[in-house]
Design a protein around this ligand. Structure first.
Ligand SMILES: Nc1ncnc2c1ncn2[C@@H]1O[C@H](COP(=O)(O)OP(=O)(O)OP(=O)(O)O)[C@@H](O)[C@H]1O
Ligand SMILES: O=C(O)c1ccc[n+]([C@@H]2O[C@H](COP(=O)([O-])O)[C@@H](O)[C@H]2O)c1
Length: 197
């Protein structure tokens, strides 16, 4: 049977232990066989201002997954038009890997705005979406508990880690020690490069 691949899209600016714990939880406790961290050059809903260069964000994801054989970094969006609409990336991935069985992984914060994504109906029609809880404001129009028929949205009971890349960037700028929030080698890379200072 085809391997089930979970696509974990994100800007990962930078990747932190919250991302890693979720991806690992998915491959260990759901029916996904592997997870790809798809590093997004430009999220259509975010400003590019505070973003590190794509190759640095990718390098940090690669370092973070090094010791996890079921986790991989993907730069598939680097050569696609920007901003990066997920539906376009999915078309590209289907062409490139016809043998794969792809699903999406996202935090509840992203599910809240999924109805604003380009062609979100197409995404919902074609893919399972593994959603894990994340504390955030606002309601979730596409949440399965709201009564809509959304069997493709699978709520996974993963641990909630209150951590964000924004918090980490601000902490570094303010001269705080945020070391435990990043995989050790990622922290070393970031610190040696003087990022976010
Ligand atoms: N602490 C966390 N626990 C679980 N999921 C997370 C966590 N942080 C981010 N995610 C999820 O990871 C994916 C990529 O997130 P992203 O790169 O935007 O991280 P972020 O920490 O939310 O970044 P930023 O603070 O810059 O917006 C999203 O689906 C998001 O919901
Ligand atoms: O396709 C869309 O319309 C769309 C709108 C907003 C966000 N996304 C994608 O969602 C992913 C999560 O982004 P982020 O910045 O929260 O890590 C990232 O890969 C974005 O390109 C996609």
């Amino acid at each position: 049977m085809a391997k089930k691949t979970g696509l974990y899209f994100g800007t990962f600016n930078p990747i932190h232990v919250g991302h890693l714990i979720i991806a690992n939880h998915m491959v260990e406790f759901s029916d996904l066989d592997e997870v790809w961290f798809v590093v997004t050059p430009h999220n259509p809903h975010k400003k590019k201002k505070t973003l590190l260069e794509d190759h640095h964000r990718l390098a940090m994801v690669r370092i973070a997954v090094e010791e996890y054989p079921k986790l991989q970094a993907s730069n598939v969006e680097f050569d696609l038009p920007q901003p990066n609409y997920t539906v376009n990336t999915l078309v590209h991935l289907e062409e490139k890997y016809p043998e794969k069985n792809f699903s999406l992984i996202m935090g509840e914060d992203n599910l809240k705005s999924l109805h604003k994504w380009k062609n979100y109906e197409v995404i919902l029609e074609r893919y399972s979406i593994y959603v894990y809880p994340r504390i955030s404001e606002g309601n979730t129009p596409l949440h399965p508990s709201r009564g809509e028929k959304l069997p493709q949205i699978k709520i996974v009971d993963a641990p909630i880690i209150e951590l964000s890349s924004t918090f980490i960037r601000k902490g570094i700028k303010a001269g705080k020690n945020i070391r435990p929030m990043l995989p050790a080698e990622v922290w070393t890379y970031l610190d040696e490069m003087n990022f976010y200072k």
